[in-house]
Write a protein that binds this ligand. Structure first.
Ligand code: NAP
Ligand code: 3JN
Length: 338
């Protein structure tokens, strides 16, 4: 495979760090790697295939001779710099919400809609979905193909790593404070996250849902290429470091039994079925952490819907939910289009 120059924007963050590791682990054919972050990080260095690479300040000139730019520095940085990177000739794979709902920008999960990558030509940008949506649609798509999903009710249990490095540090600090009988001081979240659950991810909208919940609503329709699917989500932050878990309930057009769904998902790309309640076997965040696949268990017929199915789905939110999904897109892009 040809090798290319790659830039990682947000290289010092939770997602950016994982992007660098994922490129290395998957032996992505990188000719030169450029690590970009804010001025604050100039002076830091990271190792890539045994070589120390300095972090550079992100500027308008950062994308000269870059073919692929992986962005994970937030939506405002993406809005400002992704068009500049594309104009300089790079294809941007953007992890933020900045472009996800723009009709001419593809929103891609490789197991679900890899063909949409071809639309990168429109604006030189491909959007990477939200982590909670990615793991859900990887498990929904094979069921939708067989029995068409009409609606989905989902409750998420999201790890603090989804908020970034500061939140990982905050959970650790609060656990230490509590065990040392010290007062807890919330900083990243509005309330104590240690030993607590916060039904609040991203900002609240007028309709009572949060922005994270509405991302699941809109992104599912776009990735599954079916505007008729509706999603009602309740997104909850829980005191887990890595790995988002989701309780997913769906109404299908056509009846499927639990064993039919187990069979469908056991053959689905990127899915591992862990479903043996008689031996207490079901997916766990601590086991999904560091893994590439989406793990599904507790598959059963949902009693509340006609033609209902319910399951529990878990994935590493920083890997499949962000960095790995972006690198998988880059692999297809390089193999098929560049
Ligand atoms: P993080 O740990 O807080 O890291 C933020 C990164 O952005 C750092 O490298 C930071 O550099 C850089 N940055 C911030 N402001 C910048 C600026 N003005 N110019 C250049 N670099 C800047 O956050 P994270 O968890 O990695 O998440 C980063 C972004 O990725 C999020 O805001 C979100 O858009 C996206 N994300 C997507 C998903 C998903 O669901 N697909 C999940 C998590 C995150 P410094 O260290 O120099 O400040
Ligand atoms: O909270 C999580 O578990 C996932 C967070 C994702 C996130 C965090 C800050 C900004 C996003 C995202 O990817 O949707 C954004 C954003 O770009 O809007």
């Amino acid at each position: 495979m040809k090798s290319v120059n790659v830039a990682v924007v947000g290289a010092t963050g939770a997602v950016g760090n994982e992007m660098r590791k994922t490129l290395e682990q998957r032996n992505f054919p990188v000719k030169n790697l450029r690590l970009l972050a804010s001025k604050r990080s100039v002076g830091k260095k990271f190792t890539f295939h045994g070589e120390e690479i300095p972090v550079e300040e992100l500027t308008e000139d950062s994308f000269q001779d870059i073919q692929i730019a992986l962005f994970s520095a937030g939506a405002s940085v993406s809005k400002q710099y992704a068009p500049l990177a594309a104009a300089a000739g790079a294809v941007v794979i953007d992890n933020s919400s900045a472009f996800r709902q723009e009709p001419d920008i593809p929103l891609v999960v490789p197991e679900v809609n890899p063909h949409a990558i071809a639309q990168y030509k429109n604006r030189g940008i491909i959007a990477n979905p939200n982590c909670s949506t990615i793991q859900m649609v990887v498990a929904l798509k094979p069921i939708h193909d067989v029995a068409r999903i009409k609606r989905v009710i989902v409750a998420t249990y999201q790890a603090v790593s989804g908020t970034g490095q500061k939140a990982i540090d905050e959970l650790e600090t609060q656990v230490r404070q509590l065990f040392n009988l010290k007062p807890v001081t919330p900083n990243v979240y509005p309330y104590q996250i240690a030993f607590n659950c916060l039904p609040h991810i991203d900002v609240f909208f007028e309709n009572g849902y949060t922005k994270e919940e509405m991302k699941m609503y809109y992104e599912t329709k776009k990735i599954m290429e079916d505007d008729s699917i509706t999603v009602s989500a309740t997104c909850v932050r829980v005191p887990v470091f890595y790995g988002h878990s989701e309780a997913v309930h769906m109404e299908l057009e056509k009846k499927l039994t639990a064993s039919e769904v187990r069979e469908i998902l056991s053959k689905a790309p990127g899915v591992i079925v862990v479903d043996d309640p008689s031996h207490n076997l079901y997916p766990l965040a601590i086991e999904a952490a560091g893994k590439d696949e989406v793990f599904v268990g507790r598959i059963r017929e949902d009693l509340a819907f006609e033609n209902g199915i319910a399951f529990w789905v878990v994935a590493d939110n920083i890997r499949k939910g962000a960095a790995l999904n972006a690198v998988q897109i880059a692999e297809i892009l390089l193999d098929k289009y560049l």
